[in-house]
Unconditional design. Structure first.
Length: 373
């Protein structure tokens, strides 16, 4: 998948009303051919509605949907070059695996022998070679999901639409299927559009992600950009964990904003570290990810430009990492009262675990801060 790949799906000012309810509020987006694209957002944000309008299961109220350059306005779902995989697999338990997969060919005019060869090919593609004669009800959740994938891929659609396909699986199986789906997508080269409310799943799997709130796209970016440079405080809060501290703006000069932050002191931030606040925010805020600060034990050295001090309130040991709740030195005036400045952070395996109640140093860099204003 390259930057210059041709557009596969284009939505232009797509609006969807359910009676009074405005579910999609002007969706503009281009999904490229061969891309693994995710629609991510909280429950009710409209991601499933958007997927279903691409599939043709829902009519749009206004706007345009193009697939592979063709306007889909009068094209019913079964004539679109798309196929859909649902959360609830829709596997027929009384049929064999092969019969379930062949269901994807029910309207195909090919001979039995040709269809049988296609079924074998599709099963091999999803790692179920030799499973054709098994009864579908005797499969594990992960295997059923593979059958559903094979059935959706057997006609080689241009676009595969996936509606929370892994959410019924347990954590371990889900992580395994995530990796397999990525491999499968690279192998077949088909455009995948995944709907998920799981930010980790979206970050792991996608070339690009559209984060949706309230029927609108808040940010469309690659995983790294979304994580490091969320355009609004709400996006930052939804993707992973971010600490927020109130910030006092001291001044602006030559594109650099100077702020004072309780516990951190005075910092200067260039324009690319400045994002937007949300309407419900009460004032400017500084945000940073928990892993961007490092605990420095007594006598230890570090190479970060800045240092703060804090007391450890809570330690949660996870094996591969340790989470800390800390109280920074310095008080934040919030609602007119002095409040302790609390943050959370995590250190990866390999550093000493420090105990609750310990006074500690924290090393950090202004480059990992984002100002929301
Ligand atoms: N057929 C319908 N009639 C009326 N309202 C609907 C209909 N389908 C969806 N909605 C509403 O539109 C909004 C968006 O629904 P949608 O299913 O797209 O959300 P979602 O982001 O996929 O959420 P979830 O993760 O819970 O499925 C919701 O508030 C939902 O109640």
């Amino acid at each position: 998948m390259t930057e210059t790949a041709k557009p596969m799906i284009e939505c232009r000012d797509v609006q969807k009303h359910y009676g009074e309810y405005h579910a999609l509020r002007g969706i503009d987006l281009t999904i490229r051919a061969g891309e693994f694209f995710s629609l991510l957002g909280p429950s009710g944000c409209g991601k499933t509605t958007l997927l279903r309008t691409i599939a043709g299961f829902e009519d749009i109220s206004s706007g345009v949907v193009l697939i592979d350059g063709q306007d889909m306005e009068d094209v019913p779902a079964n004539r679109r070059p798309t196929n859909m995989v649902f959360q609830s697999y829709a596997i027929f338990p009384h049929l064999t695996v092969a019969q379930n997969v062949a269901f994807g060919l029910r309207r195909d005019p090919r001979s039995r022998a040709e269809k049988s060869a296609l079924v074998d090919e599709a099963l091999a593609m999803v790692g179920l070679k030799g499973f054709g004669n098994r009864a579908a009800h005797a499969l594990s959740g992960g295997q059923r999901q593979r059958v559903a994938l094979a059935r959706a891929l057997i006609l080689k659609p241009k676009v595969l639409l996936l509606d929370e396909p892994l959410s019924a699986l347990d954590r371990k199986m889900r992580e395994q299927m995530q990796v397999e789906l990525i491999k499968l997508q690279r192998q077949v080269g088909i455009t995948f559009v995944l709907v998920t409310h799981d930010q980790e799943e979206a970050l792991v799997m996608s070339d690009r992600i559209a984060v949706m709130f309230d029927g609108q796209i808040a940010q469309l970016d690659g995983p790294e950009a979304l994580y490091a440079r969320p355009v609004t405080r709400r996006v930052a809060d939804f993707i992973g964990v971010m600490n927020f501290l109130p910030a006092h703006i001291l001044g602006e000069k030559d594109g650099v904003t100077t702020v004072e932050v309780p516990g951190l002191g005075v910092v200067e931030l260039p324009a690319h570290q400045i994002s937007r606040a949300d309407p419900e925010d009460t004032g400017p805020m500084i945000g940073f990810r928990p892993e961007t600060m490092t605990l420095v034990g007594p006598g230890q050295n570090h190479t970060q430009p800045r240092e703060s001090r804090a007391i450890i309130d809570e330690v949660v040991y996870y094996g591969d990492m340790t989470y800390y709740d800390l109280r920074l030195d310095g008080a934040a005036a919030m609602n007119g009262k002095a409040q302790p400045v609390r943050i959370s952070m995590r250190n990866v395996f390999g550093r000493d675990v420090q105990e609750v109640g310990t006074r500690t140093r924290l090393a950090w860099s202004p480059g990992s801060l984002v100002l929301f204003r």
